[in-house]
Design a binder for this molecule. Structure first.
Ligand SMILES: NC(=O)C1=CN([C@@H]2O[C@H](COP(=O)(O)OP(=O)(O)OC[C@H]3O[C@@H](n4cnc5c(N)ncnc54)[C@H](O)[C@@H]3O)[C@@H](O)[C@H]2O)C=CC1
Ligand SMILES: CC(=O)C(=O)O
Ligand SMILES: [Mg+2]
Length: 372
């Protein structure tokens, strides 16, 4: 199979979908790999690193989209990229369709087969292709939250760890999954006073067992969430209902109960965000203020640490990319229900129920798409 990897064009997105290591493995399996010139540079990989393992370099994205049977990317295809997708082409990348009706319509119209990293599952109930970027975004969240809290950025002027004689910042993390756990660990490591809110008792038992003494857990009832949000210097949004639009857990009215200059980092923004006042921002202009509360809502946070993120993502996507290339998408999905769970669009049909529900569109079962 010819595997194509264009350069990412989302603003300030420096990751790349195929690493030289992944290219080398695909070539060893008998496939061809076509990389757009400069695609890896932001992550520290030069064209020569790809040609050294036998990959070809394309001069333009158009060339990659025209020739490749499977496109492997990082971020959802942008409007210009969607115009280049064609009938029968396989797309393997993050999609985040639930909050994005325009992209959904374009993918349906293109006739492509699109497998979304964020809805591929594993046997433990996890999301193996979201997890590495959730680890990165989780660990970045207190770092960007600490920066947002600085006075020059409109924040309250509170230092995460305090100093001797002055107490630390209070941090509330809503959602104790992968993002939430890594955010809580780093915030606690910075010396902050951290509480994680979740609705899953097994998850909170796990967190309590492993992180007792580092941070606390509270059940995410409306009342507990309201209380902790009002007390917090920094609130980190980290909830997920896989595939679905994020539930809105903090209303605009609640901002007036918060301390002026407190900060919100809504990591769940890629699924629409869990604060009513969240709207996606970019690394170029990451923060904005609503009712005295500073919001950081960058939908591709891991792009800021592109080298770490690219290698971590490549480690996770490589076995799935190889299965898709070796067997073709139908057989690969037939053999692996977890990869099948990643199928979001095929032949003009939506194949993910939570996305359909979020957008008010019909969705068919992914297994039924295998015979279309
Ligand atoms: N902005 C960015 O750059 C990035 C965003 N993300 C996003 O971060 C979000 C979280 O991802 P993960 O941690 O991997 O998901 P996860 O599935 O590991 O964790 C989500 C947690 O939310 C909890 N939850 C669900 N509904 C809740 C509610 N109403 N109240 C409290 N807790 C609730 C679940 O029990 C679970 O523990 C996702 O939207 C993901 O796409 C991930 C990576 C990068
Ligand atoms: C998960 C995601 O949206 C990202 O890594 O950009
Ligand atoms: Mg997005």
């Amino acid at each position: 199979m010819l595997i194509g990897c264009p350069k990412e064009i989302k603003p300030q997105e420096f990751r790349v979908g195929v690493t030289p290591n992944a290219a080398q493995e695909a070539i060893a399996h008998g496939h061809d790999v076509l990389i757009e010139t400069g695609a890896g540079r932001g992550a520290g990989f030069e064209d020569a690193d790809y040609t050294a393992v036998g990959a070809q370099i394309a001069a333009t994205a158009a060339d990659v989209f025209e020739r490749a049977e499977m496109i492997v990317k990082v971020k959802e295809p942008q409007s210009a990229e969607r115009k280049m997708l064609r009938d029968g082409q396989l797309l393997f990348t993050y999609l985040h369709l639930a909050p994005d009706p325009e992209q959904t319509q374009d993918l349906l119209k293109s006739g492509c087969t699109a497998i979304a990293y964020e809805t591929v599952t594993d046997a433990q109930g996890g999301l193996p292709l979201l997890a590495p970027m959730s680890e990165v975004a989780g660990r970045l969240a207190p770092q960007v939250g600490a920066w947002t809290l600085q006075k020059a950025n409109g924040g309250r002027g509170v230092l995460m760890g305090g100093v001797p004689g002055v107490g630390p910042a209070k941090v509330a993390v809503i959602g104790g999954g992968v993002v939430g756990t890594h955010a809580a660990r780093v915030a606690a490591g910075m010396g902050a006073d951290v509480t994680v809110l979740d609705r899953s008792l097994p998850r909170m038992r796990y967190l309590d067992d492993v992180f007792a003494g580092q941070f606390r857990t509270r059940y995410a009832s409306k009342a507990n969430t309201a209380e902790l949000v009002a007390e917090a210097d920094l609130v980190i949004g980290a909830v997920l209902i896989p595939g679905a639009a994020a539930p809105k857990l903090v209303t605009r009215a609640q901002l007036s109960d918060m301390k002026p200059g407190a900060a919100i980092v809504d990591v769940a923004i890629d699924q629409g965000g869990c604060f009513e006042t969240s709207k996606a921002t970019t690394h170029e202009d990451p923060i904005y203020e609503v009712d005295g509360i500073m919001h950081y809502c960058v939908a591709n946070m891991p792009g800021a640490v592109a080298r770490t993120s690219t290698i971590a993502l490549g480690n996770a996507t490589m076995p799935f990319m190889l299965a898709l290339a070796n067997k073709g998408w139908r057989k690969a999905c037939e053999d692996d229900p977890h990869l099948l769970a990643g199928l979001n669009v095929h032949a003009g049909k939506l194949t993910n129920a939570p996305v359909g529900e979020a957008l008010g569109l019909d969705a068919i079962a992914p297994r039924d798409a295998l015979t279309l």
